[in-house]
Structure formats: C-alpha cells, structure tokens
Ligand binder design. Sequence first.
Ligand code: ZN
Length: 181
Amino acid sequence: MEMRGGPDRGAPTGSEVRRAREPIASPHAGLLREAIRLAVVNVTEGLGGPFGAVVARDGVVVASGANAVTRTNDPTAHAEVVAIRSACAALGTFQLAGCVVYASCEPCPMCMGALYWARPDALYFAASPADAAAAGFDDAFIWHEFALPEAARSLPIVQLRLDDAHAPFEAWQASTTRIAY
Ligand SMILES: [Zn+2]
C-alpha cells in the first residue's frame, strides 16, 4: 500500500491530488459527524482518546467505536479497530465489503492496515494528522519508521531463517478446510 500519510507531507503527491474533497452537503457528512460526536463524548466521559469511528452500510450505522486504549489496556483499541471488530461481529463476517468507514481523524498506520484487511468500500475522515499532532497525537513517527529500511528503525526487527519457517504455509496449502481471506 502506498504510504501517503508519510512524513513528507509538504509537497502534494499524486495521491494527495486524488484525495476526495467531499462537499459539506455530502450524504456522508452526517455519518462522519457521528464519528466526531463519539470522539468528543469519549473525551468528556473520560473513556479515552479523542477518536471515534462509524461503520455504515447503505447509509445505516452497523457499528461504531471510540478509542479505548487506556481504559482497556489495549494499545490496539483505536476507534477504527474497535468499530471494525464490532461491525464484523454484528454482520457475522470477517470483511466489510459493502460498508463505508467514517473516522473522526485520518487513521494511523495500524488502523489504515486494518482497513485494508477489512476491505470496506471506502473511508471518509474529518480531521487531519496535523490536527491530531496539535493535540499531542503524532502518527508521523510510525509512518516515517515504515519508510525506513528495517535496520534503520527504532524497533529491533530480526528475521531468523529457521528450517521450519515455511511449515505454516505448507499446512495452509495442504488444508482442505482453509477459508481464504
Ligand atoms: Zn489507529
């Protein structure tokens, strides 16, 4: 996937130019405002960080989520991940084809990856990473790390080429009950 959220946000790239600019009257605005409302309530109720997300299908909310990192001691409990998990549980599926995700702020690298895995039809977001950075949340560090060679990253990442490294894939290939995703 392209790293359009990378640290070099100065010059507009091709993907920046393609970025949708929905008019305020967009039918998506109402659902996006609901994501924002959830983010605000999450803060005012003392439940977590200022992020909310909504998953909708045919304009109807399927599930929603708000940041629950500190409340649940789960660093992956970002609003988008919470909403994706809830939507998949509600729909009884592991993919969100036919759904649209609305996030109060542009998703971080983890959530952007989760969105690609969930395969919704589209993502709409309101605030920019710059807005989040102004409030003390800065995803730029992680985007920057992803752009670096592994050896240059702050997290030690080591591949040990063990003999049985391919065993899980061989088991998968041989499985007659596998469910592709
Ligand atoms: Zn996130």
